[in-house]
Design a protein around this ligand. Structure first.
Ligand SMILES: *Cc1c(COP(=O)(O)O)cnc(C)c1O
Length: 378
């Protein structure tokens, strides 16, 4: 928390707006839309709900297909199934670790050939790194497929100076507890299409027709954000840029600490983009470092330091066992390689330098021991 959340919550209590509507919601939506550079925004109960609404608004239904990045958290793709549609997963590419335009092109060509284009493409900006938007947008325009940006992890990241989430037909953000700013739980749907966002508000509040007697002619959802939590969001948004700066510093500290070691590659930052560095992530060259991700995770866990492997690609999940997958090049799956060799390090914006040095020392111990082992065996 930044410290100012309480005063917005107090406002809500004093004005008795303890509901999924009220002044904090209106203000939070306006401020976030202004930040993102979109015409409007709709505050909802989660990022997942925002993705679901975007697909509903694009008319995704039973029997449809939707393309989605494979290298992501499961919430990017679950809403495709909520709509009765099937995901087709697209590999990553090495420069951004995000959706490969080469694989996307292949998938679109195939779909076009079969006469069944996807109803939408969901592109994910993982760990704060924006995807290759010029290439992806131009492919989507060529085939006239609407683009949804899952910017749950990339609020505050930019591509050629423009905010992630503001490029597609829809963008979504998450304010879950683990994201760069939080309302404890919540999300936002953004777009330049004000009419569709009006419809989103309608769908998110049980799709009530204009009648006093609760009349319904379409199926809606209970997806609006509470006015209390929107108060938290307003205060959090005020410190977003500080949070981005803090996370970027955390990243720079890690990079600096391991700059003399070979075999460690941090997530790149594409030219003309600025990542919020939500998480600091890296891949290990296991030959060069003589270490595995498992050894590193084991040592960190033993030192009571929380670290994780990278997201397991969705096309490898039992849940999506039978779904199609388009690799970046031939049989070579980039996201599988990243998953096998990658790790997320502790990256919180309130992390102190002392905390960080503890993580770095623990990792250096592992690398030093591995180096000795390899010298002895040589
Ligand atoms: C967190 C996250 C979501 C879901 O957001 P919630 O607010 O937790 O529902 C979706 N996609 C990605 C990539 C995420 O990291």
């Amino acid at each position: 928390m930044s410290g100012k959340e309480k005063s917005y919550i107090d406002d809500a209590f004093e004005s008795n707006w303890i509901a999924p509507l009220g002044p904090n919601i209106d203000a939070f939506e306006k401020q976030l839309a202004a930040y993102a550079g979109t015409a409007d925004a709709v505050a909802v109960s989660s990022g997942t709900a925002a993705i679901h609404l975007s697909l509903q608004l694009l008319g995704v239904g039973a029997g449809d297909i939707v393309f989605c990045s494979s290298f992501t958290f499961v919430a990017s793709a679950n809403p495709i199934r909520y709509c009765g549609a099937e995901p087709v997963f697209i590999d990553s590419e090495p420069d951004t670790w995000n959706m490969s335009p080469i694989a996307l092109q292949q998938a679109l060509e195939d779909a076009n050939h079969k006469g069944k284009l996807p109803k939408a493409v969901i592109v994910v900006h993982l760990y704060g790194q924006v995807s290759k938007m010029d290439e992806i947008i131009s492919l989507c325009e060529q085939y006239e497929v609407p683009l949804v940006e899952d910017a749950a992890e990339s609020l505050g990241s930019t591509y050629k100076g423009k905010q992630s989430g503001s490029f597609g037909k829809f963008g979504i953000y998450s304010f879950n507890g683990n994201k760069i700013i939080t309302t404890s739980g919540g999300g936002m749907l953004v777009s330049d299409d004000v009419e569709l966002l009006k419809k989103a508000r309608f769908l998110a509040t049980q799709a009530r027709d204009t009648a006093a007697h609760y009349q319904h002619s379409s199926m809606g959802f209970n997806y609006r954000m509470s006015n209390l939590l929107a108060g938290v969001g307003r205060a959090q948004l005020e410190v977003l840029d500080d949070r981005v700066a803090a996370r970027r510093t955390v990243f720079e500290n890690y990079v600096g600490a391991f700059s003399d070691r070979s075999g460690i590659s941090f997530m790149p930052e594409l030219m003309n983009t600025k990542s919020n560095r939500w998480l600091t992530t890296l891949v290990l060259d296991e030959m060069e470092t003589n270490t595995t991700i498992s050894e590193l995770l084991y040592a960190l866990t033993a030192a009571n330091i929380e670290a994780r492997p990278l997201w397991k690609p969705l096309h490898l999940q039992p849940l999506f066992e039978n779904c199609r997958f388009y690799a970046h090049a031939g049989d070579e799956s980039i996201c599988e390689q990243l998953f096998m060799r990658g790790i997320c390090l502790p990256s919180g914006s309130s992390m102190t330098l002392i905390d960080q040095v503890r993580v770095i020392d623990c990792m250096n111990d592992v690398f030093d021991r591995a180096e000795e082992k390899s010298i002895q065996s040589a």
